[in-house]
Design a protein around this ligand. Structure first.
Ligand code: SAM
Length: 207
């Protein structure tokens, strides 16, 4: 108990205050819409830190997050040194959006559909983007829709910039032979519940 109280988040909330309500919030939203929420609990800090570490610090421009939920990955992106003003984050769920706006001042949260990424971003983020960090539950959508999102996202990115996606599955959410991109696969993050891994997609260099 004392140990939990000592854990402080970036926003100054205690570990106890931060974790319990977020897990309850997730469960409530998952029960209401399991396909859209995609997980019964927020990702663990190890998975979030791995995703953020894959952002290439040498590429300038906005960093776009898809499906922030209660903000564990947003927090890791900030901890990676990306300033709040560079982050634009798209979340479908209005309750999560209100919480995120309180929790992360300066980050731009857009309430909308990440599958229509270009339209939803509008002119909020100027291309080319430095990275896209996605926690969307891609396997709940048909393969053609996943591929459509990935292609649109890769077209918004700077050359060599990553589309970073986690999943709990054995296979990538979009296979490498489906398009003009390369995939780098991480090791399993066993500390996450359930264990997860990260798939990093990049457009193949021309020529
Ligand atoms: C698996 S949760 C991940 C949440 C958080 N990033 C984490 O790792 O704990 C997926 C999130 O994506 C959001 N989401 C699902 N479909 C979406 C869509 N089409 N557009 C925007 N957000 C969406 C859900 O509301 C949920 O917050």
């Amino acid at each position: 108990m004392r140990q939990l109280k000592q854990i402080k988040s970036k926003t100054g909330e205690t570990g106890l205050k931060l974790r319990l309500p977020d897990e309850v919030r997730f469960l409530k939203n998952w029960l209401g819409n399991p396909m859209r929420t995609g997980a019964v609990a927020p990702s663990g800090p190890q998975l979030a830190a791995l995703m953020a570490s894959l952002i290439d610090e040498t590429i300038t421009g906005p960093v776009v997050e898809l499906g922030p939920g209660t903000g564990v990955v947003t927090s890791a992106i900030l901890a990676r040194g990306i300033t709040p003003e560079r982050i634009v984050s798209i979340e479908y769920n209005p309750d999560f959006c209100s919480l995120l706006r309180e929790r992360f001042p300066g980050v731009h949260f857009v309430e909308g559909d990440a599958y229509a990424i270009r339209t939803t971003l509008g002119d909020v983020a100027t291309n080319p983007l430095a990275a896209i960090v996605s926690s969307l539950p891609l396997f709940t959508k048909p393969p053609a829709e996943r591929l459509g999102l990935l292609n649109e996202a890769l077209d918004l990115l700077a050359p060599g910039a990553p589309f970073i996606q986690f999943s709990y599955a054995l296979v990538p959410p979009v296979p490498e032979d489906a398009g003009d991109f390369e995939i780098v696969r991480s090791n399993w993050i066993l500390m996450n519940l359930p264990p997860a891994r990260v798939w990093t997609y990049r457009r193949r260099a021309k020529g």
